[in-house]
Design a binder for this molecule. Structure first.
Ligand code: PMP
Length: 455
C-alpha cells in the first residue's frame, strides 16, 4: 500500500537543513575535538560506527547523571535510547558506583572466581529459569559461546536466524538474506560463515519448518521481539510454534534478550513464559560496566563441566569447547552486575519502568490522534514506540517499508537540538531505570512541539 508522506520532500529537506545548521552552529567544541581526533582515529572516533549513526557529526560526551547527559558544549540531553540500552540502568547508579569503586580498590581482576559471581549466577538462574551461567564481556561474546556449544553438543553445523535480527559482532550472525540464500552483511566477513547460516522471515513458522527439516541446524537464535529494525512483535502462537518445531527437529533454541531483558526481571522469557535451551544477555545487566552473560540448560552446559584437558601443558579450554577470554567473569564485572541486579534492576524497578512505558505509549497515541495521524504505537513494557503507518510491521521487510528514515532522521536531529538524544535510528524511545514521570513528560512535550512544527 502506497502511503502519502506526512511531509513533502521539499519541506523535509528544508527542515532537515535548518536543524542541521542549528546543530552544527551550537556545537563548536565538539566539532573542534572531532577535528583534532581525526589525526589518530579514523573518522575522529574510537569506534568507527560512532560516526555512522546520526547523519551528523557525533557530539563529544562530557558527563552523565541518571537519565541525562551533557556534551562538551554544555548541552543537556534526556537519553531516550541509553546507548542502545546498554545504560538502561541510568548513568552512575549510586549502588553500582560504590560497588565498582570498592572492587577496584581491592583488585578488579584475578582470572579467578569471586563470590559475587556465585551470587550473580544464582540470581540469574532464578530469574531466567536456566540452571547454568557463564560470563563474557559483551552480548556478542555470549552469543558466540552459545553458538559454539550448540554446534558441539548437537554435532550439527547450521544456525537459523530471522531477517532483521542483530546478535552482535559475530562472523556467524553478520549475515543477511539474499534471495533464497544468505550472504555476509558487511565487508571483511567470510562467505564460509554465511554458508553455515539459514535465515527466514520473523513470524513465519512454515519457513522455520522448511529451514529445520534437513535436521542439520544446531541452533535457532531469536529475539523474543525483534528490536533492531524498530520493534516487531511476535504473532500469537509464534513462540510456541517455534519451540515445538525446534524440539521436533532436535535444534537447540536460544533467546537473545540483550535488549528485551529490560521487560521484566527474567525478560520476555519470563513475561511471556517462553522456553529455551539458552539465553544471551549483556549491556545493562552490568550496570554500566562491560559484561555479557549466558544461561544454559543442563544439556548445553555439559561440556563445560568436564575437567580441563591436559596435553602436556595446562590448557585454557575446558571440555575442548572454544569458550572464554582473559577478562571474562572478571571481579569488577561481577561486582557491578551484583549491585545492578540487587539494587537497580529489582522487581519493583521493572514494575515502575513498565508503568512509565505505558505513560509514554499512551502519551504518543494521544499526540498522534490529536494531530490526525494514523501512526500506530507498540507497547513493550518500558520500550514504547511507533510506526509511521496505520499498522504495526509483522516482519523485518515490512518494518523497513514503513520506516521513513528521512523523517526519523529529522526527528532525531530536531530532538537533539531541544535536549533529547536517541543514539540509534530505528530504536524508538525507551524509558530508563533513572527516569520518572517528569522525564516521560519532557519527551512527550518535545514530541508535541515537533508535530506542531512539521504538520
Ligand atoms: N544481541 C542483540 C539483540 C543486540 O541488540 C545487540 C547489540 N545491539 C547484541 C546482541 C550485541 O551486543 P554487544 O554489541 O554489546 O555485544
Amino acid at each position: 500500500r502506497a502511503r502519502r508522506p506526512v511531509l513533502d520532500p521539499t519541506r523535509l529537506a528544508f527542515l532537515t537543513g535548518r536543524e542541521e545548521q542549528r546543530f552544527l552552529a551550537d556545537r563548536p567544541r565538539s566539532l573542534a575535538l572531532l577535528d583534532r581526533a581525526r589525526a589518530h582515529m579514523p573518522g575522529g572516533v574510537p569506534m568507527a560506527w560512532m560516526t555512522a549513526m546520526h547523519g551528523h557529526p557525533p557530539v563529544f560526551a562530557a558527563e552523565g547523571d541518571g537519565a541525562w547527559f551533557t556534551d562538551v558544549d554544555g548541552h543537556r540531553y534526556l537519553d531516550m535510547n541509553q546507548a542502545d540500552l546498554s545504560m538502561n540502568v541510568g548513568f552512575g547508579p549510586p549502588a553500582v558506583v560504590a560497588a565498582v569503586a570498592d572492587r577496584m580498590r581491592r583488585g578488579s581482576q584475578f582470572m579467578l572466581p569471586t563470590e559475587d559471581a556465585i551470587w550473580c549466577a544464582e540470581e540469574l538462574a532464578e530469574r531466567w529459569e536456566l540452571p547454568y551461567w557463564q560470563f563474557t564481556l559483551s552480548a556478542s561474546g555470549a552469543n558466540t559461546e552459545i553458538i559454539r556449544l550448540a554446534r558441539h553438543v548437537s554435532g550439527r553445523d547450521k544456525i537459523l536466524m530471522f531477517d532483521g535480527k542483530y546478535h552482535g559482532h559475530i562472523e556467524d550472525s553478520l549475515v543477511i538474506m539474499a534471495g533464497n540464500g544468505v550472504k555476509p552483511e558487511l565487508y571483511g566477513l567470510s562467505d564460509a560463515a554465511a554458508s553455515r547460516a539459514r535465515m527466514v522471515p520473523f513470524n513465519d513458522l512454515d519457513a522455520v519448518d522448511r529451514a529445520l527439516a534437513p535436521r542439520d541446524v544446531a541452533l535457532c537464535i531469536v529475539e523474543p521481539a525483534l528490536t533492531n529494525v524498530g520493534v516487531v512483535m511476535p504473532a500469537e502462537g509464534f513462540h510456541q510454534g517455534l519451540r515445538e518445531l525446534t524440539e521436533h527437529y532436535g535444534t537447540f533454541l536460544a533467546l537473545d534478550e540483550t535488549h528485551t531483558q529490560i521487560a521484566s526481571p527474567g525478560g520476555l522469557k519470563r513475561l511471556w513464559n517462553l522456553e529455551a535451551d539458552a539465553v544471551g544477555l549483556g549491556k545493562t545487566i552490568g550496570g554500566g560496566v562491560p559484561i555479557g552473560a549466558y544461561g544454559l540448560s543442563e544439556t548445553l552446559a555439559q561440556p563445560l563441566k568436564q575437567p580441563p584437558v591436559m596435553q602436556g601443558a595446562p590448557m585454557e579450554s575446558v571440555g575442548g569447547v572454544a569458550t572464554g577470554g582473559t577478562l571474562y567473569g572478571n571481579a569488577l564485572s561481577m561486582a557491578a552486575c551484583r549491585a545492578a541486579l540487587s539494587q537497580v534492576l529489582t522487581p519493583q524497578g521493572f514494575v515502575r519502568t513498565a508503568a512509565l512505558g505505558a505513560q509514554l505509549a499512551d502519551g504518543l497515541a494521544g499526540l498522534f490522534a490529536a494531530g490526525s495521524l494514523d501512526w500506530q504505537v507498540h507497547r513493550l513494557t518500558s520500550r514504547s514506540g511507533f510506526t509511521f503507518a496505520d499498522h504495526l510491521p509483522r516482519n523485518a521487510a515490512e518494518a523497513r517499508e514503513l520506516a521513513q528514515p528521512g523523517l526519523y532522521r529529522l526527528l532525531r536531529l530536531w530532538m537533539a537540538n531541544r535536549g533529547v538524544w536517541e543514539s540509534v535510528a530505528t530504536a524508538g524511545p525507551t524509558v530508563s531505570f533513572a527516569m520518572a514521570e517528569a522525564e516521560v513528560e519532557f519527551y512527550l512535550e518535545r514530541m508535541r512541539e515537533f508535530l506542531g512544527d512539521i504538520l
